[in-house]
Design a protein around this ligand. Structure first.
Ligand SMILES: Nc1nc2c(ncn2[C@@H]2O[C@H](COP(=O)(O)OP(=O)(O)OP(=O)(O)O)[C@@H](O)[C@H]2O)c(=O)[nH]1
Ligand SMILES: [Mg+2]
Length: 338
């Protein structure tokens, strides 16, 4: 597989996409400032009209071009971002809308050039004004024609911008488990992330990111939405994000259990999910950790923490760092990402 081209991804600086009325408003305001030159009033009026139609076309086409260019092109995305794009937006619709907007950009340029040429050739002052108005009208109607595409693209942009910019090369730990077991609390305890923690299930709706340092090692820690124990094809889009993080980002997965079962799921259910994930992602290394040890110590052989009080967190972090640098006793060599 060719090396993914990651340096151009700019999920977080996709420009907000204005609606058609706002684009026109901006373009008309700028066009109104364009002035003509000439010796006579008629000459100045004519070249002023040419300049305004030109300016209108330029502002609109450069605005639309910026939108089309800034949108990530799915074919060049690394697998995680490609998955996320499929999960979060309708890729076919986005493609279609980008095509429509680009069509509009070309048409606007075409019209503004044709009209400014025609106005420039005209010697009739009345006709100059008629043509300028006509150009304004036709260009406006082109932009209004793509109003729905612009709105859908803005909605897609908003959804895509919520995906954090992840360092695809950094040592990465993904925290997974059933809903409400304390994944977000754990990620908050071990890293710089400040995810929302709440006592109801399915609080986390998207992937979030934090960092932690262990000696010289800077570990990326990823919080994921809770998974239910069901086949991959029945996962909802929120769960699909968690699965994609396991598949594409994790060098190591911390699978968190809640042995108190206050999360709402029994231990056999949680173990079943663990077995399912291990089967689905055979190349990923898992560490099983029991959370909420402040409430209950199951006496099992798994590592134990309290994400709430911080008990045991250091030990788990040391273990994570050791596995990531392959220093753990009996650790197998790190898996290659490819
Ligand atoms: N007593 C105790 N409560 C905890 C601990 N860790 C988390 N909790 C509580 O468990 C509840 C769920 O915590 P979250 O971190 O939101 O759980 P989650 O796994 O991220 O949940 P989803 O995002 O819904 O999947 C919250 O009320 C937390 O305060 C712990 O170590 N001890
Ligand atoms: Mg959560």
């Amino acid at each position: 597989m060719p090396a993914p081209e990651v340096d151009w991804i700019r999920w977080d600086d996709l420009p907000p996409i204005l609606n058609s009325a706002a684009i026109l408003d901006k373009a008309f305001k700028r066009a109104a400032k364009a002035h003509g030159r000439g010796r006579t009033r008629a000459e100045r009026a004519k070249s002023g009209s040419v300049a305004r139609v030109h300016s209108l076309g330029d502002t609109i086409s450069s605005t639309l071009e910026r939108y089309v260019k800034a949108f990530p092109s799915i074919g060049r995305l690394p697998p995680f971002y490609r998955d996320l794009m499929h999960i979060l937006v309708n890729v076919e619709t986005v493609r279609h809308d980008l095509g429509t907007v680009d069509w509009c950009r070309k048409k606007v340029l075409e019209f503004s050039k044709a009209y400014s040429r025609e106005i420039g050739r005209s010697s009739d002052a009345g006709l100059v004004e008629v043509r300028r108005k006509e150009a304004y009208g036709r260009i406006s109607s082109l932009v209004h024609q793509v109003a729905e595409s612009l709105e859908r693209l803005e909605a897609a942009r908003k959804r895509l911008s919520s995906v954090p910019l992840i360092d695809l090369e950094a040592p990465t730990v993904v925290v997974a488990g059933m809903a409400n077991v304390g994944k977000s609390q754990f990620v908050a305890a071990v890293s710089t992330a400040k995810p929302k923690v709440a006592q109801y299930p399915f609080t986390t709706k998207e992937i979030s990111l934090g960092h932690t340092e262990r000696g010289h090692l800077r570990i990326q820690v990823i919080d994921t939405p809770g998974l239910l124990d069901r086949p991959a094809e029945r996962r909802n889009p929120i769960e699909q994000q968690a699965a994609s993080a396991l598949k594409n980002l994790a060098k190591l997965v911390v699978f968190l259990y809640d042995p108190t079962e206050t999360c709402g799921f029994t231990m056999p259910e949680q173990i079943h999910l663990f077995e399912r994930l291990r089967e689905e992602f055979p190349d990923v290394r898992f560490v099983e950790v029991e959370n909420k040890v402040d409430l209950k110590n199951s006496g099992s052989g798994r590592m134990k923490v309290s994400a709430l009080t911080g008990k045991g967190v250091d030990k788990v972090l040391d273990h994570m760092a050791a596995l990531l640098t392959n220093r753990a006793p009996g650790a197998s060599p790190p898996q290659r990402a490819d």
